[in-house]
Design a binder for this molecule. Structure first.
Ligand code: UDP
Length: 471
């Protein structure tokens, strides 16, 4: 039997890289060889930390964009298109060269240095074309979706939402109206909780530019040999129950970062470790608000000022992640906001933080987040209450689950007003009920990823399937 060797290929943005690197690390821990595929652009920038393993290596393919082309959030559609067009060829060559079938045919024992031939592809759900390439070459392919199960179910339900007349939303209609058509969630979801792409006022499903491709990708990923989600029934039982019959084989194996070796990280921005010393210097436990809107969100000057002033008004010290590309003229704005806060400011601002470490720190009392799926999982694993200010994509749904289903935090979506920020953050910091729910959730998630828990068991089943591919 050949040694199992998985080629892991994330969509090349931070949240997706983190999620799939946690998965890769868990595979390596289970004795599987992994080649982790970055784009050339990212491999040049990435700060890889953590203990290396002789079973894990990093390779790259071009992303198809000129070197000086921006890759920030506003340019994601360019990246998406150039990957499908420009990366397909080099990826095909790489997979053909390194996969077992080609190696067998050529009679070459080890076509890729010390690594055995690739026996399986695990591709990001946004890279449907990579699965097509693997199918053409006869390499078994598994799809990994980095977003929540509830958002996948919503995307799978999009054609039905159009049939029922729930989409498109009526112009000027009430976003608080409940939505029918996402099974199991009729009592939970309002219009405003559906993925942000649903808000675009296009008349039909086929012409909605954001929604149609994402719904199609979701439908395609459910046809793959297996579909992996970074979640657990503890968080999303109903969504998983409705998704399972619609896919060939479903694996819910999250939260992965709580299962794999803690050291692995692959950050595209340099983490400012100084904020850990600042946290250490805070005498009281749970006295600090951590605020970060992830790796992609871009906000207006007014939104920045409202969020910042609201945090200042709480009176709590806060650690704020201000990426240089998050708001126009970030450095000047930071100065202005700190000056406006005057003596009362207890802000510590960094460009990028070691978020998982921050959330584990005793001084952190709550997390003001955009409710990206990774950030959401990282908070619930640490039992940290969240205030959610969702920005786009699945964040609108994730924040609804936080506020209305798990009750581990509060959903502040669609409001950006300093008084509301102040009130909501105070409540998340001070409510024993929310903290209790967050801590109970964290305990249950620890059981899920521990030996015998649902995620650990499903992960072993997935490793078994991957081993079968190489037998
Ligand atoms: N992150 C980090 N430092 C920061 C902010 C974010 O390391 O200062 C990490 C965070 O831990 C998470 C990822 O970036 O793993 C963001 O992913 P998420 O899905 O939450 O949001 P996205 O960036 O995709 O919008």
């Amino acid at each position: 039997m050949a040694a199992p060797h998985v080629l892991v290929f994330p969509f090349p943005i931070q949240g997706h890289i983190n999620s799939l690197l946690n998965f890769a690390t868990a595979l390596v821990d289970a004795g599987v060889h992994v080649t982790f595929l970055h784009t050339e652009h990212n491999l040049r920038r990435v700060v890889v930390s953590g203990a290396g393993s002789p079973r894990l290596r990093f390779l790259s393919v071009p992303d198809g964009l000129p070197d000086d082309h921006p890759r920030t959030a506003a340019y994601l559609p360019d990246l998406y298109k150039s990957l499908a067009a420009g990366t397909r060829g080099p990826f095909r060559d790489l997979l053909a060269r390194s996969s077992s079938l080609v190696a067998d045919a050529a009679g070459v024992d080890e076509p890729t240095g010390d690594f055995p031939p690739v026996t399986c592809l695990v591709a990001d759900g946004l890279l449907g074309w990579a699965v097509e390439v693997a199918d053409e070459l006869g390499v078994p392919a598994i799809v990994f979706r980095t977003a929540s199960a509830c958002s996948l179910l919503a995307f799978l339900s999009v054609p039905k939402l159009f049939d029922l007349g729930e989409l498109p939303f009526p112009v000027g209609g009430d976003l608080d109206e409940p939505v029918r058509g996402v099974p199991g969630m009729e009592t939970i979801l309002r219009r405003r909780d559906l993925p942000s792409h649903c808000r675009r006022p296009n008349a039909t499903y086929e012409v909605n530019p954001g929604l149609h491709p994402l719904a199609k990708l979701s439908a395609d990923s459910s046809k793959a040999r297996a579909l992996v989600l970074n979640t657990t029934p503890t968080l999303e039982r109903t969504a998983l129950e409705y998704i399972a019959p619609r896919v060939r084989d479903l694996f819910a194996i999250g939260p992965l970062h709580a299962m794999s070796s803690p050291a692995a990280s692959s950050s595209l921005l340099r983490e400012d470790g100084g904020c850990m010393a600042w946290l250490d210097a805070q005498a009281a436990d749970r006295s600090v608000v951590y605020a970060s809107l992830g790796s992609l969100a871009r906000i207006s000057r007014e939104q920045f000022m409202e969020l910042f002033a609201g945090l200042v008004a709480t009176g709590y010290p806060f650690l704020w992640v201000l990426r240089p590309d998050m708001v126009a003229d970030a450095a000047a704005l930071e100065e202005e906001a700190v000056r406006a806060a005057g003596e009362g400011s207890k802000a510590h601002v960094v460009a990028w933080a070691p978020q998982r470490e921050v959330l584990r720190h005793r001084a952190v009392g709550c997390f003001l987040t955009h409710a990206g799926w990774n950030s959401t999982l990282e908070a619930v694993v640490e039992g940290v209450p969240t205030v959610c200010w969702p920005f786009s994509a699945d964040q609108q749904m994730n924040s609804r689950f936080v506020g209305a289903v798990w009750r581990t935090g509060l959903d502040m979506k669609d409001v950006c007003d300093r008084a509301v920020v102040e009130r909501t953050v105070r409540e998340a910091m001070e409510s024993a009920k929310i903290r209790g729910a967050a801590q109970a959730m964290a305990e249950q998630l620890k059981c899920d990823v521990a030996a015998g828990g649902s995620s650990a068991t499903e992960f072993q089943r997935l490793v078994g399937l991957i081993r079968e591919f190489s037998s």
